[in-house]
Write a protein that binds this ligand. Structure first.
Ligand code: GLA
Length: 373
């Protein structure tokens, strides 16, 4: 759980902003809710010095990365950084290819806790990708520091089949998310909105679990069109609150990494309450580590179920359509032979006995329940 600089700041991320983001995460209760990582994405690199050691952009990180890491550690947070398995990153600054051992040692020396390793400007084939990711995975292991290894080749080469083996702890399953419900009716080169990305996770449930997670990209939650890449420079004006709630709920059902992108210094109250909702976070972080599966989907109402520890089930009902819709799901459809049961509603925080889950959902809205199996 954490925050990443990419969609909101792109190349404008700097030391001061990172510290402010850390302070905000502590002050607004996100740290208390479990968020820890502040991840610097692309464009932090200034170059390599005469010993080939990476150094950050001197304007934006005048004292280097280590003081930022020290500061974040001091306030109980962790720091992540970004590189690429080629000589240039997606943004065109130095990547780590050929310098993996040195870069991993440098990251360890700075106190880095997380590396997002991208795959722009690298050969297409899977064999090379596996080899390049393994080289960095080994280098991180030799670095003497525990560094979470986030593999970002966008699901192109089925990383769920090999990422764990090369030391990966999470792997992107798709291209970058856009700040829209769906981009399906647009140019096919534009990657997906939140429901498009969600739909691509359906077959991947069995690969997620403790120690290795499917990563359906970062949370658009709260961006409201203010992101750069996520809005494709103004093409998308953002989702509405209901859609952000549903993205957050879906990502929790997926046991996905919860990486916020919005400016933490200016989160409005409803978004902050959502991001720190203890029931949702408990669903995401449940120790069983299961990813949800689809129980039913008639094109309008989709029902997801996720097994939780202590013999419980989380049920999420989503209205996929563009208009409000009713649902009525007999409990026997979820738990055969069960007629009536106490059910906990996550939104109202109330428990009630019922024989079916029913209600009305806004367009793209969702409802969440927890029940004993
Ligand atoms: C790729 C990644 C993004 C981001 C950018 C940075 O597109 O998928 O998440 O890291 O590169 O350039």
């Amino acid at each position: 759980m954490g925050w990443n600089s990419w969609n909101f700041f792109e190349g404008e991320i700097n030391a001061q902003t990172l510290k402010e983001m850390g302070d905000a995460m502590v002050a607004n209760g996100m740290r208390g809710a479990g968020y820890r990582y502040l991840i610097i994405d692309d464009y932090w690199v200034g170059g390599r010095d005469c010993h080939n050691k990476l150094y950050p952009d001197p304007q934006r990180f005048p004292d280097g990365i280590k003081p930022v890491a020290d500061y974040l550690h001091l306030i109980g947070l962790k720091i992540g950084i970004y590189s690429d398995a080629a000589t240039l990153t997606c943004g065109g600054v130095c990547g780590s290819y050929g310098f993996e051992e040195l870069d991993a040692a440098t990251f360890a020396e700075w106190g880095i806790d997380y590396l997002k390793y991208d795959y722009c400007n690298a050969p297409e084939d899977r064999e090379t990708a596996v080899e390049r990711y393994r080289t960095m995975g080994n280098a991180l292991q030799h670095s003497g520091r525990d560094i979470v290894y986030s593999i970002c080749e966008w699901g192109r080469r089925q990383p769920w089949l090999w990422a764990r083996e090369v030391g990966g702890h999470l792997w992107r399953t798709t291209y970058d998310s856009r700040d829209a419900w769906s981009t399906q009716n647009l140019d096919s080169t534009i990657s997906g909105g939140i429901i498009d990305i969600f739909d691509q996770q359906d077959t991947l449930a069995k690969y997620a679990g403790q120690g290795g997670w499917n990563d359906p990209d970062m949370l658009m939650t709260g961006l409201y069109g203010k992101g750069k890449s996520s809005s494709l420079n103004g093409l998308f004006t953002g989702c509405n609150y209901v859609e952000y709630v549903t993205q957050f709920a879906m990502w929790c059902m997926l046991s996905a990494p919860l990486i916020v992108n919005s400016d933490l210094r200016h989160l409005d109250n409803p978004i902050l309450k959502l991001l720190t909702n203890p029931h949702l976070i408990a669903i995401d972080q449940d120790p069983l580590g299961q990813q949800c599966t689809t129980l039913s989907n008639d094109g309008t109402i989709q029902v997801l179920q996720k097994e939780l520890s202590a013999e419980r089930l989380a049920i999420c009902v989503i209205n996929r359509s563009n208009r409000p819709a009713e649902y009525n799901i007999p409990l026997s459809q979820i738990l055969p032979k069960v007629k009536k049961k106490p059910v906990f509603s996550v939104w109202t925080e109330m428990e009630f006995e019922c024989s079916s889950l029913k209600g009305m959902l806004d367009s793209h809205g969702c409802e969440l329940y927890i029940l004993q199996k």
